[in-house]
Write a protein that binds this ligand. Structure first.
Ligand code: ATP
Ligand code: SF4
Ligand code: MG
Length: 333
């Protein structure tokens, strides 16, 4: 099903039935196996799940960055109505330079170690827009200031190694935001940083996305980090979305046993940085998934019914489970 939510304007990003599989010698790894997502202008969607659940492969699929032996085998990715799964490589490159940006866990994936920050930012600007070098420098300086870099004028003349890890990531984020892209995919960009700094950076990015109308997908394994800042969340397990809804709904009333386990003792919206409890059992191998619900071997609520595949069901707050928790009153679990 397509994710449902109430909104006015057409969403920036609509993903339907996306499947990205890797055809390896050991077998077909179905890393993304029928994912639906929808992100509005200025909205922040948290994509959450344990290691190996398919979050990064989802992000790379949206950007058209899947290399053999992997490929998108089904589904649709539409950015402002334009289908990307069938777009040419040239078109995808143009979009990645202008309309879609990616922020990686390692800022050095974005930054060039041998060039001053100014050169990297100004050249990026000049490559994409008609403006004088002085205007480009001013814009770069403002962008650094907006992500919380102190003395941005002087810092423009520094090299990446002269920044701390947190500041380097802020520079990478400033570069991603330079063109006010339509969509940013941030893949665990702050995981290596102190929890307080993570929350600070996310708060700054949230403000900027709201102002520019940029839609943001923030990938993380830590639901608590985004619990006060994302608008909605999609929880991923073994290549599928198992629960989605507003962040408040999902954090205060998780319905999938996996989400419940991810949250552990439920953090309040103000308790950013709350660590998650470990869910007993291992993330399953994609090459040996059980029939039906992939979470069954770890699930305290599993029954014989769970050998069939549950659908993602529900309006707004949707869950893929035969025996969901926190059922609305009057609905049998
Ligand atoms: N090139 C590839 N060839 C084969 N399998 C792959 C390839 N790339 C990813 N996978 C598999 O796809 C699955 C999902 O990987 P992905 O990197 O999306 O996980 P993730 O949720 O981002 O995890 P993490 O939190 O560790 O970053 C993993 O089982 C991984 O082994
Ligand atoms: S469908 Fe069954 S096994 Fe899967 S999460 Fe729900 S109760 Fe657990
Ligand atoms: Mg990843």
């Amino acid at each position: 099903m397509t994710e449902t939510k109430v909104s006015g304007a057409a969403p920036t990003l609509v993903v339907e039935g996306l499947k990205t599989h890797f055809f390896t010698e050991a077998g077909v790894v179905k890393s993304v196996d029928g994912v639906d997502l929808c992100v509005d202008r200025g909205e922040i969607l948290g994509l959450v799940g344990e290691s190996g659940s398919g979050k990064s492969v989802t992000g790379f699929s949206l950007l058209g960055l899947i290399d053999p032996p992997g490929r998108i085998v089904a589904g649709s990715v539409r950015l402002n109505g334009e289908e990307l799964t069938t777009a040419s490589e040239k078109r995808l490159r143009d979009l990645r330079g202008n309309r879609i940006a990616m922020i990686f866990q390692d800022p050095m994936m974005t930054l060039n170690p041998v060039l001053k920050i100014e050169t990297q930012m100004v050249e990026t600007l000049l490559a994409h827009a008609r403006m004088s070098r002085a205007d480009a420098r001013a814009k770069a300086r403002d962008a650094l200031g907006r992500v919380g870099i102190p003395s941005p004028e002087e810092r423009l003349d520094a090299y990446p190694h002269q920044f701390s890890g947190g500041m380097r990531q802020r520079v990478a984020i400033a570069i991603a935001l330079l063109h006010s892209p339509d969509l940013i995919i941030a893949d665990e960009p702050t995981t290596a940083l102190d929890v307080t700094i993570q929350a600070q950076i996310l708060a700054e990015v949230q403000t900027l996305c709201r102002e520019t109308g940029t839609a943001l997908i923030w990938i993380t394994h830590d639901l608590a980090i985004i619990s006060g800042l994302a608008d909605r969340v999609a929880v991923m397990y073994a290549g599928r979305i198992v629960e989605t809804g507003s962040i408040a709904e999902v954090v205060s009333g998780p319905r999938h046993p996996y989400t419940h386990g991810l949250i552990g003792s439920v953090p309040s919206r103000n308790q950013r940085g709350h660590r998650l409890t470990q869910i007993p059992g291992m993330t399953p191998s994609f090459l040996a998934l059980p029939p039906g619900c992939a979470f069954a071997p770890r699930c305290p609520r599993a029954s014989a019914a769970c050998t069939a595949m549950p659908e993602l069901a529900g309006e707004g707050h949707a869950v893929r489970c035969f025996h969901p928790m926190n059922q609305p009153q009057g609905v049998p679990a």
